[in-house]
Design a protein around this ligand. Structure first.
Ligand code: NDP
Length: 246
């Protein structure tokens, strides 16, 4: 991965931060995007640089086409065309279906699914030209199993899997792979607000009897983003302590 240009969306904190640092250790030049938390993004930038890599942190909403175009242009000017794209930015607006508001559904689909589409489309031409590319999309076990109270989130994460398979088929003969990593429960700000009783209930469904670490998700991403995974495409790898066994 030495010298490769990587873009990790939502790299400001949580799993995205761990992925950014992991790719930096592999020798990639790493750009991260984030939505609003400048302080967190600067901390990731510092950690990536400490890991020995160049880093750019760019504020950009993945749900906005103009933002995404500017993001990819910015990375191009700093480092060159994106060669490794990790669509990690994600959000939740949980509610039971009967009470779900359109805005809750739309916001989650816009960031998680449309964001993945916009970012992938924006880097595709460069990857096709280079005849090399790695796309790793972060879904969730919820996209595979469903989850009460998360119909919007589950739809977005299941959508990512179908989107990734289609992308993989379109560009497989151009040296580009597209795969999904589906994390189980990982303690981050995204999940930190869940009541203890819900966490206990989730833990009961994890054969490994523990939650995952962001770094464990990053390991799978690093593998799929590297040269060794050239013949793996359209796949979903669950990193979830055994919650989903396919
Ligand atoms: P966090 O909430 O900790 O971090 C989310 C990151 O995404 C932040 O950097 C945030 O930016 C960024 N982000 C959110 N919305 C947008 C947007 N519209 N445009 C650009 N950036 C945005 O989440 P996690 O690290 O927990 O999750 C990372 C990914 O992993 C998500 O896709 C999530 O769905 C998935 N996942 C997480 C699991 C978990 O247990 N934590 C389990 C399964 C999947 P900012 O810092 O500026 O707010």
């Amino acid at each position: 991965m030495k010298g490769r240009v990587a873009l990790v969306t939502g790299g400001g904190r949580g799993i995205g931060r761990a992925i950014a640092v992991r790719l930096a250790r592999e020798g990639a030049k790493v750009a991260i995007s984030y939505r609003s938390n400048d302080a967190a993004a600067q901390e990731t930038r510092k950690l990536v640089r400490e890991a020995g890599a160049e880093c750019e942190a760019i504020k950009s909403d993945v749900a906005e086409a103009a933002d995404v175009e500017a993001l990819v242009k910015g990375v191009g000017e700093a480092f060159g065309p994106v060669e490794i794209l990790v669509n990690n930015a994600g959000t939740t607006r949980d509610n039971i279906l009967m009470r779900m508001k359109d805005v809750e559904f739309d916001e989650v689909l816009a960031t998680n699914l449309k964001g993945t589409y916009l970012c992938t489309r924006a880097v595709m031409r460069g990857m096709v030209r280079a005849r090399w590319g790695r796309i790793v999309n972060i879904s969730s076990v919820v996209g595979l199993l469903g989850n009460a109270g998360q119909a919007n989130y589950a739809a977005s994460k299941a959508g990512i899997i179908g989107f990734t398979k289609s992308t993989a088929r379109e560009v497989a003969n151009r040296g580009i792979t597209a795969n999904v990593v589906a994390p189980g429960y990982v303690e981050t700000e995204l999940t930190g607000g869940l009541p203890g009783s819900v966490k206990e209930q989730i833990l009961g469904q994890v054969p490994a009897s523990r939650f995952g670490e962001p770094e464990e998700i990053a390991e799978a991403v690093a593998f799929l983003a590297g040269d060794c995974a050239a013949y793996i495409t359209g796949q979903t790898i669950a990193v979830d302590g055994g919650m989903v066994m396919q």
